[in-house]
Design a protein around this ligand. Structure first.
Ligand code: 13P
Ligand code: SF4
Length: 328
């Protein structure tokens, strides 16, 4: 056993070199065997792992083939030619990948990896909004169930919400379900935005006072905030954008000191790539994203659990809304 472990560690030494700034050696020792097994399972099963930016570094840097924000994961899902897709992220992301790959096996390692935004709205709610605001198109955030997507005209992510809203050519749009994203977009466009009352349980916790304290304690810090944060938080930040936009900001501007007001793993994952940038780390953990582990990714590839399925009655309409977004 000790021998096997040292072989495994030796085989994955290059991989560890990449993440050693954020994963101490004793912790890596507990991950290496699963990393090694997953890399082999991907080969034998002709599988790819799509991982969201909020996945922990051993997943993000250790086993994922494609990493990114919700928009990139949806786009890349259209190009996959493997037989099996494992979605290291939350359930709505796996559903989106399945919508775009109806003939492939799409696995989510934990079925309970949900999302407070997706839980905040039902298809009946969308129908009610349509009745209340006749003629206004429905733009649905990808953080929703396939059933809710099926009731909408087009999807959006935080990375393309403004473009999607303005692509519709109407004076008003219904934008569901994230109230704060809707309010943040409303500030950037002349289109009237009709919002719902859903919130991300991670981003709604940040306050303007947090930013003031961070600035006091860390002079010169650049503050980046995700647009799922309340508008008063975004107003006090230096920049706001999707997780990919935040990553791009750090990559291109190289702020000496930065704080990312978003989920905790995001800073770890980018810090691996930018040793010259100091990351200040107040962050909030997403309990849903954290349900995904190396152990359950391995189990998913060994057992095909859990396969994502979409009710055929809604699949075509939901797919249309996602594909329309990808065409914008
Ligand atoms: P993006 O990666 O699209 O910015 O989304 C953030 C998020 O909260 C996903 O659940
Ligand atoms: Fe949902 Fe927020 Fe978690 Fe993203 S971070 S999955 S929006 S609860």
């Amino acid at each position: 056993m000790a021998n096997l472990s040292s072989n495994v560690l030796a085989r994955n030494a290059q991989l560890y070199d990449r993440v050693k700034r954020v994963i101490p050696p004793p912790e890596w020792a507990t991950f290496a065997e699963d990393v090694d097994a997953i890399l082999e399972l991907k080969r034998t099963r002709n599988a790819v792992i799509l991982a969201h930016n909020y996945q922990t570094p051993e997943i993000f840097h250790g086993v994922a083939d494609i990493v990114g924000d919700s928009l990139l994961l949806a786009r890349e899902a259209t190009k996959v030619d493997a037989d099996v897709i494992v979605l290291a992220g939350v359930h709505f992301m796996a559903e989106t990948a399945k919508l775009l790959n109806p003939g492939k096996t799409v696995l989510i390692p934990d079925l309970k990896a949900g999302c407070s935004l997706a839980d905040s709205i039902t298809p009946a709610d969308v129908r009610l909004m349509r009745q209340r605001y006749p003629g206004a198109p429905v733009v649905t955030y990808v953080n929703t169930s396939a059933a809710v997507k099926a009731e909408s005209d087009i999807c959006c992510t935080s990375g393309n919400a403004l473009r999607v809203v303005e692509s519709l050519g109407t004076n008003s749009v219904i934008m569901l379900p994230d109230e704060y994203l809707a309010q943040n977009i409303a500030k950037q466009t002349g289109v009237k935005i009709i919002a719902w009352k859903g919130h991300c349980e991670v981003h709604e916790l940040f306050t303007p006072d947090d930013i003031r304290q961070i600035r006091d304690n860390h002079p010169g810090v650049t503050v980046l905030a995700h647009p799922e944060c309340p508008p008063e938080v975004v107003a006090e930040a230096d920049f706001s954008g999707s997780t990919a936009d935040m990553s791009g900001y750090v990559e291109t501007k190289r702020p000496p000191r930065v704080v990312l007001l978003t989920e905790c793993s995001m800073s770890d994952n980018i810090a691996v790539l930018h040793p010259d940038v100091e990351f200040i780390r107040p962050c909030n953990l997403c309990p849903h994203m954290k349900r995904i582990t190396l152990k359950n990714i391995r189990h998913a590839l060994e057992t095909d659990q859990h396969q994502v399925t979409i009710d055929p009655a809604i699949a075509a309409s939901a797919r249309r809304a996602v594909e329309r977004m990808l065409a914008v």
